[in-house]
Design a binder for this molecule. Structure first.
Ligand SMILES: [Zn+2]
Ligand SMILES: [Zn+2]
Ligand SMILES: [Zn+2]
Ligand SMILES: [Zn+2]
Length: 396
């Protein structure tokens, strides 16, 4: 039975970001738990057997104490506080460079000092927007002096963007039937039907089954009952260049599902194609492939680039992994900023990691409180009666 296969986020691969974030990053473990219950469709009542698991109660327990911490010590890669302050802010007025900061709309040329006017049109340095020039010659002449300050400011701009964008989950994170954001990790709380490549929340799926509808609750196509038919359905959509189908096929190759020979390289090729066509999940999986060196040459820089692209589009796990990568580098301030974002979007692992960081003195009490409150709000927002009924973890 293949009905209701879960869309794979990570699959049976190693945790991301090496080992430093073992406890921070537990999606591989999550996946393992999910895989135990997935692939075959559990009948409506079969779900009752799962143990109770109340997110709100757990969040409450998180506050109570360090006893709940698990896993190895994520602090073992700590570097000294001085070393870790890579997040220093640079202010234009503090620079010793001879770049004249832009003071008003007119300003002066940073190189020759010429005042801007109707005749002398000054142009911003597009990378940093800190300085203006009267022309390319001045810009070129000033290049050597300005380079360092420009790079720093450009990096700062990029940083600001990174932390201020991607706080809203992408459209694909919302169930098309009840329109609520799907609980995280989505692989556990939703099903993916290959007929339409729509992700339906467990609540809506459960409700449809209760009404006796066994076809896809979204497009009403009968669910294929074997690997070959499932694969044929995916391929039909791949032929139409559906990015999600291409990503999904990549996943199947990457892990060797649906009777396919496991081929991580081919998986990555398909992820790449899907990412180019707009699949955010594909970006995340590419990040993870580069992070762990599966199917590609390990490349932490590329991994971060892919995680960043996905996180900027609201991909929650990518955001979490960015935090994990920063933690590994000892950049605790950046770590917490990323994790705070993903915790507020409803990812429990991020909240737990912030709690750990707080206990190690790398996050403030206020940050932890903010994460907890945000997380609880997000959880509340993802609730529905049908989901409560369907959620396997909450059924005793
Ligand atoms: Zn000039
Ligand atoms: Zn510049
Ligand atoms: Zn739904
Ligand atoms: Zn469908």
């Amino acid at each position: 039975m293949v009905r209701g296969e879960r869309l794979e986020g990570l699959g049976e691969s190693k945790p991301a970001c090496g080992t430093a974030l073992g406890p921070l990053f537990c999606f591989a473990r999550l996946r393992h738990e999910v895989s135990k219950r997935v692939s075959t469709r559990t009948p409506v009542d079969g779900r009752r057997k799962e143990k109770s698991h109340d997110l709100r109660k757990e969040a409450g327990q998180l506050v109570k104490g360090p006893g709940a911490l698990r896993g190895a010590d994520p602090g073992r890669h700590q570097v000294s506080q001085a070393d870790s302050s890579t997040n220093k802010r640079w202010h234009p007025q503090l620079t010793t460079m001879s770049c004249v900061p832009v003071v008003d709309d007119v300003g002066v040329c940073a190189n020759c000092g010429k005042q801007g006017s109707d005749v002398v049109k000054l142009k911003d340095c597009t990378a940093c927007r800190l300085v203006k020039y009267c022309g390319v010659d001045c810009q070129r002449a000033h290049r050597k002096l300005h380079k360092k300050a420009c790079k720093r400011r450009a990096a700062e701009i990029k940083d600001e963007q990174l932390y201020s964008q991607g706080h809203e989950r992408p459209e694909r994170d919302f169930c098309p039937l009840c329109t609520l954001p799907i609980q995280l990790p989505m692989t556990k709380y939703s099903i993916m039907n290959v007929c339409c490549m729509k992700r339906i929340c467990n609540g809506c799926d459960f409700a449809a089954q209760k009404r006796g509808m066994l076809d896809c609750p979204f497009c009403r196509t009968p669910i294929p009952d074997n690997d070959a038919d499932t694969l044929a359905m995916i391929q039909a959509r791949v032929a139409k260049k559906d990015p999600e189908a291409i990503f999904y096929l990549g996943l199947k190759y990457f892990f060797g599902h649906l009777g396919l020979q496991k081929d991580a390289r081919k998986g990555v090729v398909l992820y790449t194609e899907a990412a180019e066509l707009g699949s955010v999940d594909a970006l995340f999986n590419l990040g993870h492939a580069y992070d762990t060196g599966e199917g590609v040459q390990e490349d932490k820089v590329k991994a971060t680039e892919f995680y960043t692209k996905a996180a900027l589009q609201g991909h929650v796990m990518s955001r979490h992994n960015l935090g994990a990568c920063e933690n590994q580098k000892g950049n605790y301030d950046c770590t917490v900023r990323h994790l705070l974002t993903s915790a507020k979007m409803g990812l429990k692992e991020s909240l737990e990691s912030i709690k750990e960081a707080f206990l190690r003195g790398q996050a403030t009490k206020a940050q932890y409180a903010e994460a907890l409150k945000g997380y609880q709000d997000a959880v509340e927002e993802m609730k529905s009666h049908d989901r409560d009924e369907a959620n396997p973890n909450r059924r005793a």
